[in-house]
Design a protein around this ligand. Structure first.
Ligand code: SAH
Length: 467
């Protein structure tokens, strides 16, 4: 964030607008819409401005004086002459006011955002002055997202707020409001049945079960890293759960989407350095759920592809915890597609195989090498960076051509993504030379030559050109 967003109550605050033209009129209207009563002071007030504000603003056709801005909370400067504007900005600031100068972000203490105004519901969008037009385009989209009767629902909530406080213990209130805003009360209010919504709300307050109820766990795939590759459901859940247990592959950009007061628990695993043992992770999730929390178990990629999500689901279900699974884009499909690398291709690969390159302890992965080498299609190795050389040697040993193209995708779909290409025979050297530390995928097969990345050692392409 470039600025601190805040909503200011203007009812008892003095707001001054210096200027008499169209821009001054627009600012005055904004202040009035927010419940303020602005004073508009300038030697010349245009007839249209006067007509637009008659009775709602204090219109003073005179040269302003320092005393006019003294004691004002907000001062808007909407005058044409840049020097006059700058001088008044200085004066108003020295009198302790927060200043907004029209079209001069560098002189502003605060900017006016693009606003969605639906009665009690206000959405303000700022680009920090960089792209007001973009902010307005976003506003249109947000307008379309907000139910037309959102303010009726908020009015109802406001009417019940005190009753809820009196009747429902603080610990259970969030759960009450969750049911209120997501359940039948909201449905009725949003569909225009105010009386029905009110009756239901009353019944809900009176009959609300304050006994602690068990929470739920959502096992969620967070995709390969770019937050835009989250599913809509993953996004909604991340924004609403009480607790998030996440591991190393979940990017900060994604965690930052969580509710501000959500508890974030790192249980990450760096290879061979399990921060929290698996059974401990499961025990913690069960404990949170039994304490009534809604829990997100957030995993990189898809939870069920080399993610131990299956074990967690079993453990949670065995403990009687209600558990839901939200799929994610797994690293192989996400990183490859984002790199322009089709894992299957009509001419080059009729199938794709995902394997893990991680062996027990320091050992090489225990894979069916003859079968993998014989497949002659696309092979994607997860967790294979440390063993890249050994994996390549085994495949070549069992009959895969050393000239087979390979691509290594590190931090795929993230800002620091690195893609290097080469051939199977030199895969170990490719990984070492590029300094790949992971998380990275090894993609082996004809299609790998198609990856967009920097062909650091694009031997495959060279070989084909030579042939
Ligand atoms: N459940 C995850 C995989 C977890 S195993 C999924 O479906 O993607 C961890 C391995 O995934 C890493 O060692 C790496 O091989 C791969 N991986 C995960 N995210 C990646 C990314 N952004 N770029 C490249 N590889 C990634």
């Amino acid at each position: 964030m470039k600025q601190f967003p805040a909503f200011i109550d203007l009812a008892d605050r003095r707001t001054v607008i210096l200027g008499g033209g169209e821009a001054a009129l627009a600012k005055a209207r904004l202040v009035i819409a927010a419940g303020g009563a602005p004073a508009l002071i300038w030697p010349e007030i245009a007839p249209a401005t006067r007509a637009g504000l008659e009775g709602q603003a204090d219109l003073i056709e005179a040269t302003p004086a320092r005393a006019d801005v003294a004691g004002a909370a907000l001062v808007f400067i909407a005058v044409d002459d840049p020097e006059t504007a700058a001088r008044w900005a200085q004066t108003a600031k020295s009198e302790g006011a927060l200043v907004n100068v029209v079209d001069r972000p560098e002189l502003c203490d605060f900017l006016t955002p693009a606003i969605v105004d639906r009665g009690g519901l206000t959405v303000a969008i700022s680009t920090g002055g960089a792209g007001p037009v973009f902010a307005r385009a976003l506003r249109e989209k947000i307008e379309a997202l907000i139910p037309t009767r959102a303010d009726a629902l908020l009015d109802l909530a406001a009417r019940y707020r005190n009753t809820v406080k009196a009747k429902i213990a603080p610990a259970a209130r969030r759960r009450f409001w969750e049911t209120f805003f997501r359940g039948p009360v909201a449905e009725r209010a949003l569909s225009g049945d105010d009386a029905g919504a009110s009756d239901l709300a009353l019944a809900a307050v009176n009959g609300f079960d304050t006994e602690q109820q068990d929470g739920v766990v959502h096992i969620i795939g967070a995709g390969p890293g770019d937050p835009e590759l989250l599913t809509l459901r993953a996004l909604r859940l991340i924004q609403s759960v009480d607790v998030i247990l996440y591991d190393r592959l979940v990017s900060d950009d994604i965690l930052n989407l969580a509710r501000r007061d959500a508890e974030r628990v790192f249980v990450g695993k760096a290879k061979a350095n399990h921060a929290v043992p698996q059974d401990e992770i499961e025990a913690r999730m069960i404990a949170y759920a039994r304490a009534g929390k809604t829990v997100a178990r957030l995993k990189g990629g898809d939870p069920f592809i080399f993610g131990r999500g299956g074990e967690e689901l079993d453990a949670l279900r065995a403990a009687g915890v209600e558990t839901f699974v939200t799929p994610g884009i797994t690293a192989a499909t996400g990183c490859a597609a984002a790199a322009g690398l089709p894992l299957t291709h009509r001419d080059e690969a009729q199938a794709v195989t995902f394997v893990t390159g991680h062996g027990k302890g320091d050992a090489d992965p225990d894979l069916d090498w003859p079968a993998l080498a014989a497949l002659q299609n696309t092979l994607v190795v997860y967790m294979g960076v440390g063993k890249a050389g050994a994996i390549a040697a085994r495949l070549v040993e069992h009959g895969r051509e050393a000239s087979t193209p390979v691509a290594v995708i590190e931090n795929g779909t993230r800002e620091d993504q690195l893609i290097v290409k080469g051939t199977l025979g030199r895969l170990g050297a490719l990984v070492a030379d590029a300094g790949v530390k992971g998380p990275a995928l090894l993609v082996i097969g004809e299609v790998a030559a198609r990856a967009d990345g920097a062909g650091l050692l694009d031997i495959a392409a060279d070989a084909r050109r030579a042939a």
